[in-house]
Design a protein around this ligand. Structure first.
Ligand SMILES: [Zn+2]
Length: 312
């Protein structure tokens, strides 16, 4: 599943091509992948409007795992990759490895700085259709929608993370996966960040020792940043806009390694299910700190005896 690094890598790879380009046409193979802004008629003209046809692209944006394409006239289109989505630039033919099926929307564009007759294409493709395109009438409307998401993981500050984690007693791993807590941390990078900071995935989020917040926020920024540069993790059929695979899987320390020895201490990595997601950690390197353990016990006791909690 594409996570923040794949989406940001895609954004960076497509940005130089589409910013400045004029979208001259859009061929819609499957309307079901497009969510129109409220009030937009479900007509050809409505879809043409939603897909930014006729506009010049002025910027791309990203929050968490969502990418947005902004047009000069204020229209915005959000791209969500879901499990298998991709955007590909096709100068002549589809890039190697990208089959022509499942291309739900194909845009024709005139890239800036090319001769007037030049037409390239870019395509949204999503075989399993968990992703999609969502139209917004303005950047203001987009910002309102994105305000539902937590702070972006790529530049998360420890103070912002602390404020969000303080509000939930869910296991820290589950809290990190919640896009309203922090936007863009998926299963892989949650496991990697917790391993890098020696935090047990089941630590109650609001019991995390204060001195662990700075290292955790720093680890999330560092690990995601490195994965963006590496081009994301090549899982299933992720490719960037030019059909290139990423190489970030090579830097995973725990993800997908349950039962294998820890790269730090050699102890066998443990795999558990948490909210139906595979979770891998080192039982030796990732332990609950004394205060976190005490807090957990206190909370368990509290459930049985109200007099104890009243005294607290
Ligand atoms: Zn270890």
């Amino acid at each position: 599943m594409p996570e923040l690094p794949e989406v940001e890598h895609l954004r960076r790879s497509i940005d130089p091509v589409i910013v400045g380009a004029r979208l001259t046409n859009a061929i819609v193979q499957r309307r079901g992948v497009i969510t129109l802004a409220s009030g937009t008629p479900r007509t050809d003209a409505g879809y043409t409007m939603a897909l930014l046809v006729g506009a010049r692209v002025t910027a791309t944006h990203r929050r968490g795992k969502q990418m947005a394409i902004e047009a000069h006239d204020g229209r915005v289109l959000v791209v969500q990759l879901g499990m298998t989505g991709s955007l590909t630039v096709e100068r002549d033919q589809p890039p190697v490895g990208m089959d022509a099926k499942h291309r739900h929307v194909i845009w024709e564009m005139h890239p800036s700085g090319t001769s007037p007759a030049t037409r390239w294409r870019f395509a949204f493709r999503d075989p399993r259709r968990f992703g999609g395109l969502t139209a917004y009438p303005s950047m203001t409307a987009l910002r309102t929608a994105w305000s539902e998401l937590g702070p972006d993981a790529l530049d998360i500050a420890a103070t912002a993370l602390a404020a969000k984690l303080a509000r939930t007693s869910r296991p820290i791993k589950a809290a990190l996966l919640d896009q309203a807590v922090i936007a863009g941390v998926g299963n892989i990078y949650a496991d990697e960040s917790l391993f890098a900071t020696g935090i047990h995935p089941l630590t109650p989020a609001n019991r995390l020792a204060p001195d662990r917040l700075d290292p955790l926020a720093a680890a999330i920024r560092r690990i995601l940043g490195a994965a963006v540069v590496a081009g994301g993790s090549t899982l299933r059929d992720y490719r960037d806009a030019f059909g290139q695979a990423g190489s970030a899987t090579q830097i995973h320390q725990v993800y997908g390694r349950a039962g294998e020895p820890c790269n730090v201490c050699g102890v066998k990595l443990e795999g558990i299910r948490l909210q139906a997601r595979a979770t891998v950690f080192c039982p030796h390197c990732q332990h609950l700190s004394t205060s976190e353990t005490r807090s957990t016990r206190a909370r368990r006791t509290k459930g049985k005896s109200s007099s104890r909690s009243a005294r607290k």
